[in-house]
Design a protein around this ligand. Structure first.
Ligand SMILES: Nc1nc2c(ncn2[C@@H]2O[C@H](COP(=O)(O)OP(=O)(O)O)[C@@H](O)[C@H]2O)c(=O)[nH]1
Ligand SMILES: [Mg+2]
Length: 345
């Protein structure tokens, strides 16, 4: 099936799966928008991620009390739920995964869900956030999980928590997460076809078409209160330059949210700016926009086709090994009781 075709007459429609704390938070933001998502599922090893949720199916994957919480153990605990995970995706038209990489739950279980999609030949789109600069200890886990997801998912949208935050306010971390999730919610809702205002909507086909570039997709979200779209798009392009080589992108999808004066020349100028920076001058660019009463302009810019990004450096092993691999699957602890074994010859 080509990525631009969605099957008709599906039973479950699009199945969206939020995994771990960040994944559940981001997906629950999307639940507030009128999107064509058939069913919402939330998976976590932490009860508090699930209890606050209003809608959707919740799956708690318990970890042994006092047990280790390395990704291998989380993966092992999730394997006991593999039947349920496979059942969740087997009748889907398409599966969307949301997760924050770098922690234990999202990093361990997202690849497992993507594997289940592959087993049932379901198209899987992963939307992942990458850890903050200050979370150095999470970079390696995030890099490994991202690389693994890339092998399994049809497309990956990477959102850098640092870039979305733009300029870090002196605010408590939970408030910072809420601000970022809010922005991601607005951006994804527009890219997935929801639009509250008048304008030209982006639909799932445009999104899949942009992501069908054989590489990573990067999502930038910039709100500007001065100089309208030009300023917002310029800042989005700068943000891309910090994460990857923009010339290696081949496709872009721009969605502008502006005031009633948003004009065709604004759009034209924005597209010109983008084609001057990405894809060596001839990128494929699609767009959508909406106008409403607002004093700001928001540029939502998805660029796609990156074979590598700065996140590859988060997993230095992959660079050293190049295309060779020590082990294709990450370690998994099955937590077997080996109490009866008295000796091993
Ligand atoms: N954007 C965003 N990032 C988050 C949120 N919660 C945690 N993170 C980040 O996501 C990464 C994984 O953390 P977390 O989701 O708690 O891990 P998990 O629950 O074990 O999967 C870390 O880099 C956190 O800083 C959230 O609500 N929104
Ligand atoms: Mg957590």
């Amino acid at each position: 099936m080509s990525p631009t075709q969605l099957p008709e007459n599906s039973s479950k429609g699009i199945v969206a799966v939020g995994i771990g704390t960040a994944g559940c938070n981001i997906l629950s933001q999307l639940a507030d928008y009128d999107l064509e998502i058939g069913s919402l599922h939330f998976l976590s090893c932490d009860k508090t991620d699930l209890t606050k949720l209003q809608n959707g199916e919740k799956m708690l994957i318990p970890l042994e009390v006092g047990g280790k919480v390395a990704t291998g153990y989380v993966r092992g605990a999730a394997l006991k739920f593999l039947d349920k995970i496979e059942h969740m995706v087997e009748d889907a038209d398409m599966v969307i995964i949301t997760a924050g990489l770098g922690g234990k739950v999202g990093s361990a279980i997202s690849p497992l869900v993507a594997e289940a999609c592959k087993k049932y030949s379901k198209k899987c789109m992963a939307i992942v956030t990458m850890p903050f600069r200050f979370e150095n200890n999470k970079h390696f886990t995030a890099g490994v999980a991202l690389k693994r997801l890339r092998k399994l998912a049809a497309g990956i949208i990477v959102v850098d928590n640092d870039e979305i935050l733009d300029n870090a306010p002196q605010a408590p971390l939970l408030e910072v997460y809420r601000t970022i999730n809010d922005k991601i919610g607005v951006a994804l809702s527009r890219l997935l076809g929801g639009a509250e205002e008048s304008g030209v909507a982006v639909d799932m086909h445009k999104l899949l078409d942009t992501m069908n570039s054989g590489g990573y997709s990067l999502l930038e979200i910039v709100t500007s209160s001065t100089n309208g779209p030009e300023e917002a798009v310029k800042r989005a392009l700068k943000s891309i330059c910090r994460s990857a080589n923009p010339e290696s992108a081949t496709k872009a999808l721009l969605y502008l949210i502006g005031d009633e004066k948003l004009s065709s020349s604004d759009l034209y100028a924005s597209m010109n700016l983008i084609s001057g920076v990405i894809g060596k001058g001839s990128p494929e660019i699609q767009y959508g926009f909406s106008s409403k009463q607002t004093s700001t302009t928001t540029a939502i810019l998805l660029t796609s086709g990156y074979q590598s990004t700065k996140f590859d450096d988060y997993d230095p092993l992959s660079k050293i090994l190049a295309d060779s691999e020590i082990d294709d699957a990450p370690e998994t602890s099955l937590g077997l009781d080996l109490g009866d074994i008295t000796s091993v010859d």
